[in-house]
Ligand binder design. Structure first.
Ligand SMILES: Nc1ncnc2c1ncn2[C@@H]1O[C@H](COP(=O)(O)OP(=O)(O)OP(=O)(O)O)[C@@H](O)[C@H]1O
Ligand SMILES: O=C(O)c1ccc[n+]([C@@H]2O[C@H](COP(=O)([O-])O)[C@@H](O)[C@H]2O)c1
Length: 204
């Protein structure tokens, strides 16, 4: 039986292949659920953890309260292999490079994969210490409307071109040593939190 880590609150079996989907989830929507189900299949993951962020360091406006976003995320994503987590708030980290270092330290026998939509790969080089992200864990990138091509020619994609795994080999991603990244095409969802907020559709 896996033990629950007293700091992160996560119960992750030894050797498990665990995808981390970091996000504001302000609010969570069907696009998040869709890429999560795809990631489980395409990257051969045992679990996906939704890391509900205390606040994206690049976004000027703070999100809705964490408890509301967690509750909404749990309503949107009910799946036996998906965990909605406030581990970043528990760890007191906001920057992904730092979060990964702490998670890897506390769950040293887990194979983590950082997951993100193509829009985030496009701007990854603006994140704090971004190369440390690529150098710590394999990264799985999922197509998103409008960003499929630009992401693949982004700064991060070019700098780490030699570490790209072909889409046909996506199942191997969790077993790769970093740096390694893989872009997968999938039936795309145009859902976005900003569109929901703009439509006034956010209700916790
Ligand atoms: N429809 C989607 N297709 C692919 N990836 C997505 C989609 N929606 C969200 N993601 C990815 O999920 C992660 C968390 O996204 P986030 O919580 O910021 O939602 P968002 O819809 O992108 O929000 P916003 O519109 O406020 O930027 C990011 O890596 C993002 O790229
Ligand atoms: O570490 C950074 O500098 C950094 C900058 C921007 C975004 N992130 C992370 O990227 C994830 C997606 O953020 P968001 O707001 O687009 O959902 C979330 O986990 C953020 O903490 C991280």
């Amino acid at each position: 039986m896996a033990e629950t880590d007293r700091i992160t609150g996560l119960t992750l079996p030894r050797g498990a292949r665990v995808g981390l989907l970091g996000g504001s989830f302000d609010p969570a929507h069907r696009g998040h659920a869709h890429i999560t189900r795809e990631a489980l299949k395409r990257f051969g993951l045992d679990r996906v953890v939704w890391l509900v962020s205390p606040g994206n360091p690049l976004k000027a406006h703070g999100p809705a309260p964490l408890a509301e976003r967690m509750a909404q995320a749990r309503r949107v994503m009910r799946h036996p292999r998906v965990i909605v987590s406030d581990a970043e708030a528990r760890l007191g980290t906001r920057y992904t490079a730092q979060t990964l270092a702490r998670l890897r330290g506390r769950h040293s026998e887990v194979r983590f994969v950082w997951l993100m939509g193509a829009d985030n790969l496009r701007q990854l080089h603006r994140w704090d210490n971004w190369r440390a992200i690529m150098d710590q864990v394999p990264v799985g990138v999922m197509a998103r409307p409008g960003d499929r091509m630009s992401a693949q020619t982004s700064v991060a994609a070019r700098v780490y071109a030699g570490a790209r795994l072909s889409e046909a080999a996506s199942q191997l991603l969790p077993l790769c040593d970093a740096p390694a990244w893989c872009f997968v095409n999938l039936p795309m969802s145009d859902a976005s939190s900003s569109a929901i907020r703009a439509g006034g559709g956010w209700s916790a």
